[in-house]
Design a protein around this ligand. Structure first.
Ligand code: HEM
Length: 523
């Protein structure tokens, strides 16, 4: 590589000389080349055209969701066991096996709905995405700060996001649209009870939990599987803001949470989370009143105790926002040996969506970028070329063999660990149907009953303020749902809207809605 400073006259203070991307020194960065001092400009003005045309392309599309975020680096340290039991009993994933084993991580925290420069004090779920750079390649655990989600089938994701995003006509975020959708989506009640409580506005990224939300599997050496849910618990504690707190914060600063994280990590106050896992045997669990593959449900802690498996510390911040925050790419399909998917219909849909959007948003070779590549594992592929191909994998004595199988060289299939690909036999009709045991209200009511009085007051106020902006039939349907969630919630929101139980008594269940016997009794 040429030393740019040797190519032009040094300005005298030892600073490198500005060049263009071809390595040509720039002698005048203030004036275009023109015919005479007053123009016209010339078209062969390479330096100017290169500068302005690169600038014209500086932005890539922002993420379709989670556009605003901040990345941080650190490590994950496994506990190796819980109690007397080695974690290897449940998963053969190598990062978990030894106590004290450290795996580098990159984490990106985000808000979901706002654009790249939007407020970080918005009421919105927060993203909590962790990339583990393991020796077996990368593992991404792409979670949120709330334990459940609005919907349970990926086919509804574009709709829920369209309802939450600004109106396509005026580009205003409108509660009327949000609650129009939610009123027709009973599975969203559990999420709404969380999101409109103080938990819906974390004070910053250091004081919030993280949840994998979807159900995954762990696979051990014998090929036995268990269903798992992942949770991150902040050692710093959980702090939230009311609407008024948030308004005061965003009056002065839109990016307070990014600023808070940069400042804390740089002053050596390294935030830490414990990773805990809940498990259940890998079957349908007909004894439960919910489906273990339903991401609108939490797993009761008494029956499925959270087991600590390791801790994560963040101790370094990026040097370049674009390279490390804008281009970092996470996906639910990015798993290592010993970790697996479940048939959770959201998870399967998500897994297609992430890499699909990244091929568009960042480009087909997004996995060659330093922040995305498998830093702790060697990469040998037969993938070639493509837009912005930068670093073709070099391998073996016969690099011209970029196909497999071959007896003349090139790459071969791996032999370790031996995978038993005989999974469970799956039978069923091709269908389009909702899962059974939808039970949309029970856990939402339990969550409400767990809240302190001030949290209930805040929830009722937030819901009433926003639903009052919706049309009357939407308001009535929301009160109807809330009465099914918990009488107190329905009565109080109803009171704020001027809608009593009698006003909603005429409403029938939504088309196709499954109600439990208990729900029917409450109607
Ligand atoms: C980002 C799709 C549900 C957490 C994204 C992105 C897409 C997407 C397309 C943008 C990715 C990028 O541009 O790099 C979906 C679909 C879902 C779904 C189709 C449902 C079917 C969820 C759920 C969670 C979640 C349930 C939480 C568990 C995240 C996070 C990010 C993200 C944290 C930001 C990742 C980053 O920081 O780059 N999602 N998502 N998503 N999603 Fe989802």
């Amino acid at each position: 590589m040429t030393d740019v400073a040797s190519q032009g006259p040094a300005p005298g203070d030892g600073r490198p000389v500005l060049t263009n991307r071809q390595g040509h020194p720039v002698y005048d960065n203030q004036n275009q080349r023109t015919v005479g001092a007053r123009g016209p400009a010339t078209l062969e003005n390479y330096q100017f055209i290169e500068k302005i045309s690169h600038f014209d392309r500086e932005r890539i599309p922002e993420r379709v969701v989670h556009a605003r975020g901040v990345t941080a680096y650190g490590y994950f340290e496994s506990y190796g066991k819980w109690g007397d039991e080695p974690i290897g009993r449940w998963t053969r994933a190598r990062l978990f096996q030894e106590a004290g084993k450290r795996t580098p991580v990159a984490v990106r925290f985000s808000t979901v709905i706002g654009g790249r420069d939007s407020s970080e004090a918005a009421r919105d779920p927060r993203g909590f995405a962790v990339k583990f750079y393991t020796e077996d390649g990368n593992w991404d655990l792409v979670g949120n700060n709330l334990a459940v989600f609005f919907i349970r089938d990926a086919i509804k994701f574009p709709d829920v996001i369209h309802a939450l995003k600004p109106d396509p006509v005026s580009h205003e975020q409108k509660p009327a649209r949000i609650f129009d959708f939610m009123s027709q989506t009973p599975e969203s009640m559990h999420m709404l009870v969380n999101l409109f409580s103080p938990r819906g506005i974390p004070s910053d990224y250091r004081h919030m939990q993280g949840f994998g939300v979807n159900t995954y599997k762990w696979v051990n050496q014998a090929g036995d599987t268990v269903l798992v849910k992942y949770h991150w618990l902040p050692k710093q504690g959980v702090r939230s803001m009311t609407e008024e707190d948030a308004a005061a914060v965003q009056a002065g600063e839109l990016g307070h949470a990014t600023k808070d994280l940069y400042e804390a990590v740089r002053r050596g106050d390294h935030p830490e989370w414990e990773l805990v896992v809940q498990m259940m045997s890998d079957d349908d669990h007909p004894e439960l009143d919910f489906d273990p593959l339903d991401d609108t449900k939490v797993w009761p802690e008494q029956e499925f105790p959270p087991r600590p498996v390791g801790r994560m510390v963040l101790d370094r911040m990026p040097d370049n926002y674009f390279a490390e925050n804008e281009q970092i790419s996470f996906g639910t399909g990015v798993l290592v040996d010993g970790l697996d998917f479940s048939d959770d219909k959201m998870l399967v849909g998500r897994t297609f969506s992430y890499s699909d959007t990244q091929r568009y948003r960042v480009g087909p070779n997004y996995l060659q970028l330093p922040v995305n590549r498998a830093q702790q594992a060697t990469v040998h592929t037969n993938q070639r070329d493509g837009l912005m191909a930068y670093d073709q994998d070099q391998h073996g004595p016969n690099p011209e063999v970029n196909y497999e199988p071959s007896i003349t060289g090139g790459l071969r299939e791996g032999t370790y660990p031996t995978h038993d690909e005989q999974g469970p036999e799956i039978r069923g009709r091709l269908t389009r149907s909702r899962i059974r045991r939808t039970n949309d209200y029970l856990q939402a009511g339990q969550r409400f009953r767990l809240m302190a009085d001030w949290e209930r007051d805040d929830l009722v106020k937030n819901l009433t303020d926003l639903i009052s902006q919706a049309d009357r039939p939407v308001q009535e349907r929301m009160v109807w749902h809330f009465l099914l969630v918990e009488n107190e919630l329905g009565l109080r929101v109803g009171e704020g809207l001027g809608i009593g139980p009698k006003d909603v008594a005429h409403l029938e269940p939504l088309a196709g809605q499954d109600l439990t016997d208990e729900d029917r009794e409450r109607l």
